[in-house]
Design a protein around this ligand. Sequence first.
Ligand code: HEM
Length: 444
Amino acid sequence: MQTSRPLPTAGSRTGLAVLQGLARERSLLAALRLMNEQVGPAFRVTLPRFQPAVFVGPDSNRQILVTERDKFLWRPEGDPVCKLLRNGVLVIDGQFHDEVRGHMDPILQRRHVLQHIPAFWRYTDDIARTWRDGEERDMLVEMRRVALLILMGTLFEVEFMPDMDRLWQPILDLLEYISPGLWIFWSDMPRPKYRHAIEAMDEYLYGIIRERREELARLGVEPSPGDLLGQLVAHSGYDDDLIRDQLLTMLIAGHDTSTALLAWTFYLLGTHPEAMAAMQAEVDAVLTSRDRPPTVEEINRLEYTDQVIKEALRLYPPIHVGNRQAAVDLEVQGYRVPAGTRVMYSIYLSHRDPRYWDNPSEFCPARFERQGERSRPAFAYVPFGGGPRNCIGAAFAQVESKVVLSRLLQTFDFELLNADEIKPYMGATLEPRPGVRMRVRRRR
Ligand code: HEM
């Protein structure tokens, strides 16, 4: 006898409100928010050809990510992200996933990430050096430039500056290729526009793999422990195709997320000048020199900065939803989920769930003071997912964002110029669109 209930859907009145919200805000995020408000923390979307089961809150997050994770596959194979990343660790399942992840986990451990602090600092300066005192810059663009230099320079040990302009558009095209779009409703939609971008990135990635293979063989040296490309070439036994898949995965998952986090943080600091001043005061007090990278000890002492970053990740989680596919018939929080259903755990809505967060829409870094953190249930806050498929780059992103932000606030003052027009946009990540325009003034 079946005791579980079918997932609730929108009745006609709610459905109309959802459609109006969709039309008004032109965003699926608005539709999900309305469904959550009016139907509850578990619901089914009923658009033609797109009917995911959506769950919100710590209990379902824990079930999907940890206790019943084996009943889920990552997501349907026809999704563009699967087509693009092929056998990248993000999109494979089962033993194969665990094996590939096993090769990469040690390289991204915090102790190796901390070795990259001087590089995080140097690449930030390389971009900031191109800013003229008093001019306007879009922090969404600038932070993408920083994040790309950092990712390539540290995990691949490749200087990306000479190739940045040439590969900028192909990278943006690939992000558009995997962003939610019409393909959700029309899975075999022809998309010839993206062929050139994929070819350009493949040519680049296969090129750096080949060069590293030759270099390691010629010099007979051991790659450094934090050099992902070198470690994969030297120790995984993988062919170039499988290494390409991991590099492209890390490049996309590892730079677009950090770009969004940094850009959102600038937006939040720009709209909360008192927080900007407090963070700058902390940076000035803790970082004892402007002429060398911060030490690990200094980075650990940037407590307020840490709270600001956590709060930015709460309000605008770059990955705002996790996708899965039910591998078997199952039950989530008492609701029936048939095998094959697309399942989403909403990070964005979990982070704004009024059952666990006071004044959820308010920017309040103090929530992340130690005491507040203890009183919240586990899995209410999941910016990096959770369980064995959590973000492999979480330590990297946390240290990177602290170094980049502290360096920039140490050397510049920032004034936000377009606060009113900024809205969350569901691209490959949740981005502040149309961008975060700021006036940058060098501090004396
Ligand atoms: C602010 C920055 C970042 C955020 C918010 C973020 C968020 C996430 C989330 C939520 C997941 C889990 C998704 C799911 O359950 O389906 C994830 C997975 C992943 N992330 Fe990140 N990420 C960030 C930075 C990075 C960086 C810097 C890297 C690489 C250096 C990276 C690489 C990955 C990979 C490869 C996975 C898949 C792991 C697996 O399936 O085993 N991410 N990330």
